[in-house]
Every structure is written in C-alpha cells, then in structure tokens.
Design a protein around this ligand. Structure first.
Ligand code: TXA
Ligand code: MG
Length: 322
C-alpha cells in the first residue's frame, strides 16, 4: 500500500513529510505531490531509471514527454533556451500554471527518457508551497505528469491519486485539494513564435496580452509529440453528453450556472457562472459523478472564453469515443 502523508506549510508535519519525500526522490523513487493545477507524479528528471518508474506507474506510452518542474527562471535556463518572448511569458506567469516548450539547452540535465527523445523540453515553475519546497530540497528538476493512470482523469485530491495509483508509487503527499483544478497552459516557443499546445490554467487572452499578438495553433508535428492532445483523454467510465440543456432521469448532471433542476444527481461547477470556480471543481465533480454510477453524464454548456477554453477542451476529450 502507498503511504499518504498529510502535510501543510507551517505545520510540524511539514518538515517530516518533506524529508521523507526528498529521500525517496533522491533514491530514484516516485512521489505524488500537489501543485496549484493538479497533483503531479514526481521523479528525478535527471535519472532515466527514476523516470521509467513514472511511465510504469502511469501505464503511459513512453513516447509521451514529461514536464520538468524547476524552482525558478534561473534553474529553467540551465535546461532550456529562452527566446525573448519565452522570457517575457516566464516573467509574467512564473511561478504559475504556464508550461513552456523550448529548445533543449546544452547544459540540460533532464534525461532523454523524460523528453521522450525530443530536442525540446517542457518546463514549468509551479506556484505551490509544497511543490516548490520539494523541488528546492531535492535539488533536481522533477519530472511530473499528472498523477493519474494514463488516459484517466487528472487527480485534484490525494484521494484521487490513491484510488488510481495505490501500490504503484512510493509516497503521496496530501496537501489538500488543488487550487486551480485544470492543468497548466502549454505554449511552445520554438523558432516561429508562440503556439498554444494545450489550453489550461492561464487564459489565452492573458498570454496574448503579454506577447502582443494572437497565439498560433499547434503545429501538426508538435501535436504528434504532445499526446496529451490525443482525442480520448481524461476519460471517466461514464459517457458524457455535452452541451445538454436538459437532463433526463437516467443521467446524472454536471451543471454550470444553475441550468438543471437541483437534484442529488446534479453537481453544479459554479452556480454563479464563474469559470475559475468551475475549473477548480471540474475533475473532482467528474470523479464524483462517475463514482455515483450512472452510465451517462449530461453536461451543461460552458462558455468558451477565459478558463472555459481549457474546461471545454478537457470535456470534449472526456467525451471522445474510445
Ligand atoms: O499542470 C500541469 O501541467 C500538470 C502538473 C503536475 O504540473 N502536469 C501535467 O503533465 O499535466 P502531463 O504529463 O499530464 O501533461 C504534459 C503534456 C503532455 O501532453 C505532453 O505530451 C506535453 O505536455 N509535452 C511535454 N513535453 C513536450 C514537448 N517537448 N513538446 C510537446 N509537448 C510536450
Ligand atoms: Mg495528464
């Protein structure tokens, strides 16, 4: 059984839990930990053996590259090459839910397996006290995909991680539910200007305000190397019926803005219609409705602006045929 250590910053338990996690990571093991977006399944990104344990635990195809989590921009520069636009984005949004895909630096220590052999690297500086303390105390970049089995929904609580990965990983640090609830926004800054690879915790408009231009869409070739973009992903057991304006008796309901009649079978992502609140509840509510057992979940329409782009992206992948 995988141990769960509850830790909270400023708590006596914090140092004990952190020390145990660091010990495991330095000896090549795997530790699930909270970030501000979703729980990550961390391992030493400089060790191929440690990274292999992530792929095994997740049952993830080895061609799917991982994000390297680092402590700050200086640490990121050791791993990757920043164009002026990449630098502006890092300065605007780090620490925070932004991942940059950049050319690999000659000084990089992230192993080839973590990059799935690519000459590019996804890096991010997370904004969570536990994640940051863990990266700093371990003193290595941490490869950390979302802490769920490949193809399943991302985990936003330690209980989700346990349900999916118990026995397959070495430790879970329980820092409570995550604040943002959807994964980071991924932007590629390679040779031809910023491209959006995955909508996420930072809205498109906020990125475009920094680069002073519209984001380009993902290149088909980059899309191939980012299987987080696979059509069927984030899949609950139940089928999703999207853009549902009504709910029938044989369905449970994932509501937004109080459209469905209140019922124990309905969870409202945000009764007041707030997309930030809705993102924070998304995976937790999908998990809960899935566990409740109805074969179909009717999902109310969700606006596409702001974090709505990431929410709709995850929902359409969860609804894709598989
Ligand atoms: O919020 C997040 O980003 C969370 C937390 C734990 O940090 N992590 C996360 O990791 O969502 P993961 O592995 O589930 O998704 C990372 C995505 C994958 O779709 C992967 O294909 C893509 O990033 N990716 C990683 N490296 C890449 C690269 N060099 N080029 C293109 N895509 C890349
Ligand atoms: Mg994932």
């Amino acid at each position: 059984m995988t141990p769960i250590i509850p830790i909270e910053p400023r708590d006596a338990n914090f140092d004990i839990g952190l020390a145990e996690a660091v010990r495991i990571l330095r000896s090549g093991g795997t530790v699930a930990f909270p970030t501000e977006t979703v729980y990550g399944l961390g391992a030493d990104a400089s060790s191929a053996e440690a990274v292999a344990r992530i792929y095994t635990a997740k049952g993830r195809p080895a061609f799917n590259p991982l994000i390297a989590h680092v402590a700050n921009l200086d640490a990121a520069r050791i791993q990757a090459i920043f164009s002026p636009q990449a630098e502006a984005l890092a300065k605007a949004f780090w620490p925070g839910p932004l991942t940059l895909v950049l050319p690999l630096a000659a000084t990089a220590t992230v192993c080839g397996l973590a990059r799935a052999g690519l000459a590019t690297l996804a890096v991010r500086v997370p904004d969570h006290p536990i994640a940051r303390a863990l990266i700093e105390a371990t003193g290595r970049p941490l490869a950390a995909p979302s802490a769920n089995r490949s193809g399943h929904m991302s985990a936003v609580t330690a209980a989700h991680v346990f349900a999916d990965l118990n026995g397959a990983i070495d430790l879970i640090l329980d820092g409570g539910p995550t604040r943002i609830g959807v994964e980071s926004t991924i932007i590629a800054c390679l040779d031809d200007g910023p491209r959006l690879l995955r909508p996420g915790g930072i809205a498109r408009a906020d990125i475009e305000a920094i680069i002073g231009a519209q984001l380009k869409e993902a290149h088909p070739s980059t899309a191939l190397s980012a299987p987080g973009m696979m059509a069927s992903h984030y899949a609950p057991r139940a089928q999703l019926r999207l853009d549902a304006t009504t709910r029938s008796d044989n369905e449970s309901g994932l509501d937004f803005g109080g459209r469905f009649a209140p019922s124990p079978e309905v969870l409202d992502l945000s009764p007041r219609g707030d997309l930030v609140e809705a993102a924070a509840h998304l995976f937790d509510y999908l998990h809960r409705l899935d566990e409740a057992g109805k074969a179909i979940i009717a999902v109310a329409p969700i606006p596409h602006h702001g974090l709505g782009e990431a929410i709709n992206d995850r929902l359409s992948r969860a609804a894709a045929p598989r």
